[in-house]
Ligand binder design. Structure first.
Ligand SMILES: CC(C)(COP(=O)(O)OP(=O)(O)OC[C@H]1O[C@@H](n2cnc3c(N)ncnc32)[C@H](O)[C@@H]1OP(=O)(O)O)[C@@H](O)C(=O)NCCC(=O)NCCS
Length: 168
């Protein structure tokens, strides 16, 4: 398949020559056909995930969203890549590789010492890009969704901790 017309965009960078707003409905649909782990994601939560990720890279055939990948990163020590998807109609043409490489080249990721994946899915694909199996990062906390009511906000927590620290 000739995919030379497919455009790659970096979200949240209005100065990017190929800036586009992600249509969350399209993203939700893309996940429905590509990502078994993201079947039940609602639009509000997707918006939060996109807003808190950098970079978010998307692939477009005209106005059709056909690929997405995102990372979270501290900019220097650790980053993690999430939710790499290419629509089945476009798989096997090198677009997934380009999506991940665009994430890796982004200034928020390209100096980072270690870039993690939290998946064993499609391991061969990631190996082709240079990732290696890493057995030392195996722990996870399955944090239960909790009601936000009654939870202290970050500023209050900081104030409490500061008060404790200044007590004799
Ligand atoms: C995984 C995925 C993103 C790959 O996208 P793609 O566009 O089909 O991959 P590419 O064509 O860019 O492949 C890049 C390389 O990986 C190889 N590759 C891709 N999928 C592979 C697989 N399942 N097994 C072995 N090799 C694979 C390709 O042969 C290619 O190798 P080359 O560069 O040496 O020629 C796509 O299949 C997808 O969206 N799958 C569903 C979602 C998913 O599982 N995402 C990954 C987990 S987060």
């Amino acid at each position: 398949m000739d995919c030379r017309h497919v455009q790659f965009c970096v979200q949240n960078e209005p100065n990017d020559s190929c800036y586009r707003d992600i249509n969350l409905h399209q993203l939700q649909e893309l996940f429905k056909v590509t990502a078994f782990w993201a079947q039940n994601r609602c639009l509000d939560d997707l918006q939060i995930a996109i807003a808190n990720s950098k970079p978010v890279v998307t692939a477009w055939d005209g106005d059709r969203l056909i690929g997405c990948a995102r990372a979270t990163s501290d900019g220097i020590y650790r980053a993690t890549i999430w939710d790499v998807v290419i629509h089945p109609d476009y798989q096997g043409a090198g677009l997934g590789r380009k999506l991940v490489e665009t994430v890796l080249m982004h200034p928020h990721v390209n100096r980072v010492e270690r870039i993690y994946l939290m998946t064993t899915n499609q391991q061969k694909f990631y190996e082709r890009i240079g990732f290696e199996v890493n057995s030392s990062t195996t722990m996870v906390l399955f944090n239960q969704p909790v009601s936000q009511e009654g939870l202290p906000v970050a500023a209050e927590v900081t104030a409490e901790v500061a008060a404790e620290m200044t007590q004799p």
